[in-house]
Design a protein around this ligand. Structure first.
Ligand code: 4AD
Length: 437
């Protein structure tokens, strides 16, 4: 007898097969006949347990979430019976592997359960159809991201998470006692990607970044999946083109994969991002906010030089309603490593990619590539150059114009799957006061 996964059910009809999985739902418990839906991660299948041998087991044990091995024959059912997938597994034998408490998950997570109950029971919530679809989309997105970079001759690297400086200078790096020395959980891996450029050429990484965010918002986590890349010998405009290419290619790959249908289910109005992406300078954005009556929380308008905060930024992008590359932020609002624009030293070669409903999903910039200018930048920001010795060395030993971007995978998923809160696309979200399950 062949052991199969549910995804193989269609091509395994009319022969005796074995399937193991979880009891997703008990549809119809009757004395000599039980109709159940089973799932195994590759799909869902209706199964009928109606043979004498089946009755030898105690039907009462068949509670949702129990694990079970079933043997029987998969057959096509007439359309009018509207069975999901049009197939039914008529079983002649089943064996309970592990039982679950009566009532299954629904007995723990009742209709209208609080956010905290849902989060405390994330280990059970992930089994529901919507959440498991989102996590499957994530898996396909990661696959597409890797293919995107490999097809463009980028090498994947795995930078350390324990680092000796808070590179983003955002003051929100977690510090750790590391054998009696203070180190940080990496808020971004960019300097390590820069380290790799001369050795491997263009590189990327997919790793966790950590930020001790004190606020609870729709889009901030304390631990997130950071997709970062670094390209050598590029200009700022090249960088904008690469970001646009990345989004369009990854979305295209995912929509063509089996996750395409999941995205359509989760986000029925999903529209493929239109190329070219609109590009807007920060200075134009300040004017746009004024023109459209979008203010700060205190009701006043943004002035040039001020950092645009999350909510007004989202109002703007929701109005624009298409991907936006927001460029050239003021020098005083960006980290030390970003160079100013040659045409106007008050602004920098920096960019955020904004998406409707979410706001910023990626941030990028070119990097200071001149040794003396980098030393000057440390001085301005009161940074001890000794700690950054190796970062500075990269400018000493064969520098080049370079740049890259960092994209928050969870924010990309929030946009793709049309979710309101970033926590809903994250396996086990980490944010202030939450580090479990
Ligand atoms: O804009 P950020 O801080 O930029 C950097 O880390 C740069 N070093 C990137 C670069 O130039 N290579 O972060 C990049 C992206 C953001 O656009 C956002 O998508 C995500 O990382 N991100 C977060 N996601 C969830 N929770 C948080 N607290 C995040 N902070 C940043």
């Amino acid at each position: 007898m062949k052991t199969i996964k549910i995804s193989q059910a269609k091509s395994s009809q009319d022969i005796r097969v074995r399937i193991s999985g979880w009891l997703h739902r008990v549809v119809k418990p009757e004395k000599n006949l039980v109709t159940v839906i089973i799932r195994d991660g590759t799909g869902y299948l209706q199964a009928i347990l109606n043979d004498k041998k089946c009755q030898a087991n105690n039907n009462i044990q068949l509670t949702p979430e129990s694990t079970i091995t079933l043997c029987g024959v998969i057959t096509k059912v007439p359309e009018e019976r509207s069975v999901p997938g049009g197939l039914e597994f008529v079983c002649d034998y089943w064996k309970l592997i592990g039982s679950a408490p009566a009532g299954g998950i629904e007995a723990v997570i009742k209709q209208g359960a609080s956010v905290d109950t849902l989060l405390d029971n994330r280990h059970l919530v992930v089994r529901n159809e919507e959440t498991s679809k989102i996590l499957k989309v994530q898996s396909h997105v990661l696959h597409a991201i890797r293919n995107h970079f490999f097809e463009r001759d980028c090498h994947e690297v795995t930078p350390p998470c324990l680092v000796q400086f808070d590179f983003e200078c955002c003051g929100s790096a977690f510090d750790i006692n590391y054998f009696g020395k203070q180190v940080y959980l990496s808020p971004s891996n960019e300097p390590y990607l820069e380290m790799c450029l001369p050795a491997l050429g263009n590189v990327f990484c997919i790793s966790k970044s950590y930020r001790a965010e004190q606020r609870i918002t729709r889009r901030h986590l304390a631990e997130f999946t950071h997709v970062q890349t670094q390209y050598g010998f590029i200009t700022f405009n090249d960088l904008l083109d690469y970001m646009e290419d990345f989004i369009c290619d990854v979305v295209d790959k995912v929509m063509k994969s089996t996750a395409g249908q999941f995205i359509k289910d989760l986000n029925p109005d999903f529209k493929f991002p239109k190329r070219p992406f609109r590009r807007m300078d920060y200075t134009e954005a300040i004017a746009y906010l004024k023109e459209h009556g979008i203010t700060k929380q205190d009701g006043s308008y943004y002035e040039l030089g001020e950092d645009i905060s999350e909510e007004p930024e989202r109002k703007m992008i929701d109005k624009i309603n298409e991907p936006l590359l927001l460029c050239r932020f003021p020098a005083k609002t960006v980290p030390f490593y970003i160079p100013t624009c040659p045409e106007n030293r008050e602004y920098t070669e920096s960019v955020d990619l904004l998406m409707p409903n979410v706001g910023e999903i990626a941030g990028g910039s070119t990097k200071l590539d001149n040794y003396e200018e980098l030393l000057e930048a440390y001085k301005k920001c009161d940074i001890d150059p000794c700690v950054y010795y190796w970062y500075s060395d990269l400018r000493k030993y064969g520098t080049c114009p370079h740049g890259g971007y960092g994209l928050g995978l969870e924010r990309l998923l929030t946009w793709l799957c049309n979710q309101h809160n970033i926590r809903d696309v994250c396996l086990c979200p980490r944010f202030i006061d939450r580090c479990s399950p």
